[in-house]
Design a protein around this ligand. Sequence first.
Ligand SMILES: [Zn+2]
Length: 690
Amino acid sequence: MTDESIRVEIDHLRREIERHNDLYYKHASPVISDQEYDALERRLRALEAEYPELAAADSPTVCVGADSDSRFPSRPHSHPMLSLANSYDPLEVTAFVKRLRRDLGREDLVFTVEPKIDGVALAVRYRDGLLTTALTRGDGRSGDDVSDNARTITELPARLDDSWPGVFPGEAPRSFEVRGEAYLRLTRFGQLNRMRAAEGLEPMANPRNATAGTLKTLDSREVARRGLSVFCYQLFSLEPEDAPDLSSHQVEMEVIRSLGLPTNPFLRTATDPEEIMARLDELAVLRQGLDYQIDGAVIKLDDRAQQVSLGATAKSPRWGLAFKFPAAEAVTRLLDITVQVGRTGVITPVAELEPVGLAGSTVSRATLHNWDEMARKDIRIGDTVVVVKGGDIIPKILRVLTDRREGGEYALDQPVDCPVCGTPVQSDPEQVAVRCVNPLCPAVLAGRLRHFAGRDAADIDGLGGKWVDSFLELGLIVTPDDLFNLERDQLAVLPGWGEKSADRLMTGLARAKSRPWSARIFSLGIPQVGVTTARTLAGRFDSIDALCGATAEDLADLPDIGPIVAASIVEFLSHASTSEFINNLKKSGFLLEKEEIEEVDDGGLSGPMAGKTVVLTGTLDNLTRDQAKALIRAAGGKVAGSVSGRTDYVVAGGKAGSKLEKALQWGVEVLDESGFLALVQPGDGNHGND
Ligand SMILES: [Zn+2]
C-alpha cells in the first residue's frame, strides 16, 4: 500500500468510527454490532501504530466517544471517566496477564472477574449522605447532568440512611462518588415493549438502547415509570482528607455494599489466565439465567497500589480488561420480503428468512424497519445475510454478504400502492415511513378493530383476532362501532360459533361500555396516542366534544404531549370519517364522556355480586388479575386488597398464600376459579351461597 492509500483508509476509518460513536452515544441507536465497531477501531489502531506520522490527537482511538446531549447541562467529572480496553480473544487475556506481570515485575498477581453489564455508565455523587449529582460518561472529561432521572432509580437511595449499621463504617467516606452501570431488567424491558406495541409504537431494539434513551428523557416521571436498575462498581472519596483506605477492588466493593448501594453478586478472583478463563466460562453459563444482559466480563487487577503504579492511557486504565462474549450472529438466506400494513396505515417490510438457530431460538423473520434502512444496507431478496439479535432480543439483519451474490438477487422497491387495497401510498418523511391513507383499507380496518377490542382499550372478551378477520370478510362489520349492531341470534348460527360464544361476545360488548374513560379514549385508535397519553387526555377533557374543541396548541401544553402528537390528535379528530365513527359509537351507547359509569360499577347495587367485597389471591388459570377484577366490578362487587371480617368472598387460584389462611380464620367463603366464574356469569347468580 502506498502512503496515500493508507492515509485515505485512516481518514475513512476515523470518519466511520465517529459516525458510529454518534449513533451509539448521541442517538442510542447503533447500526453495527460492538464486534464490528471494535474491528474498525482495532484496524485504525494498528495502522496508527505502524504509521506514527499519521497519528492525530483528535483520532477516535485517543478520545472517548461522547454521549453529550445539549438538552442536559454538562458538568466536569471528578476523575476522568475512562472505559476499559476491549477484547474478544482469549489469547489477549493471556497477553494482558503477562504484560502486567512483566510491568510489575512479579508473578503473584490477583485478578477479579465480574460480569460486564450491558447498560449505560453513570457517575453518582453523594454529599453527606444525599444524592446530589449524576453524570453520564459524556466524553470522559465531562458528562451530562441527569441527576433528576437518576433519582428515580429506586436502588439508588436519594438519602443514605445513617441509622443503617453498615453506613460510614470508618472506611466509607461521607462524601463520595460511586460509579456504576444503569440497566433495564429483561422482564421490565419486555413489559415496556408490550406497552409500546399496545400504543402502536415501534419496540425498543434492546435494553441498553432503552436505558440510554430513558436516561436522556426530559420527563422524570416517565423515567420513573420505566424502572431503571443499577449495579455499582467503583468508589471515590470527594474529600481528600476523608479518603478511605480501599486496599483492593474487593474491599472497594464491600464498602459500596455497606453503604446500601447495589453491587452485582458475582465477584470472583483468579491468579492466572487459566483461572480467569474458567471464571469467564462460569459467567457465560450463568448469563443464560440472568434477568439483565451482560455482554462480557470485566477483569481487574485487585490490588489498589498495583493499579496506581500501572496508571492509565488517555483512554483506558492499564490494570483492567473488558472481555466481550461474541455476539449472537447467524448466517442465513433472505427468502422473501413481505409487507405489513398496520392499523395506522404504516407499511413495514419484514424479512422472511430460511429458519436458523440463533442464541437458543429459531429465527425465521426479522424486521427491516423501512425502505431507507433497506437501501442503506443494500438488502436484496435472495441475499445471504448475517442476522443478529439486537441485544439478543429482536432479530435484525446486520449486513449482507455481498461476495456470496450470484446475480439473481433483487431489491424490493418501496411500494407505490398499498399491497392490501391498492390505494397509492403516501410518504411520511417525518417518520421515514410510507403509509396507506385509505381509511377503508382492510388491513387498516382489521388493525383498528383489533386495537379497539384490545385489553387496554374496550377489552372485549370473546372477540379474538381471527374473528375480527372473519367478521370483516363476511361483511358483518367495517368499523368498531358496527360491533354494537351485531345480534346474538345472527352470531349464534355462524360457523364455529354457538349460543355460548354469542352470549360471551354480547356480554363482552355490554361491559366494553363501562370501561374507564381513558380506555375509551385509547380505544378510538388515535395515531400516536398510547395508554399514557390517553390517560392525560382523560384527565384534562371530560368529553370527546371538549377534546374535539381543543387546538394543537392546547394539546401541546399538556404533559407528555409534544407538537407531533398534538397535530396527530387534531388531524384524526377533524376527519369526517372520525366524526361519523364517534357519532355511531355514541348512538350504540358507547359513551364518549366522563360520566358516572365507573362509580356505579365500582359499588353498584345490581349484579350477582352487588354490594359484596371480594379479595383475589393466587394465580387463576384462565383470567388475569385485571380481568378478574373487571368481572367482579361488572357483577356489582368491590375488590379489596386484604381479608378482613367484612370480606364476603376470597377467590383463590393456584399458589394462594396467607390471604387464603386468613379467609379460613375469618370464615370467609372461598371460591375457586370455576365457582367464581359460575357466580359472576349472568343468569347463574345464586351459585355462590351453596
Ligand atoms: Zn391499504
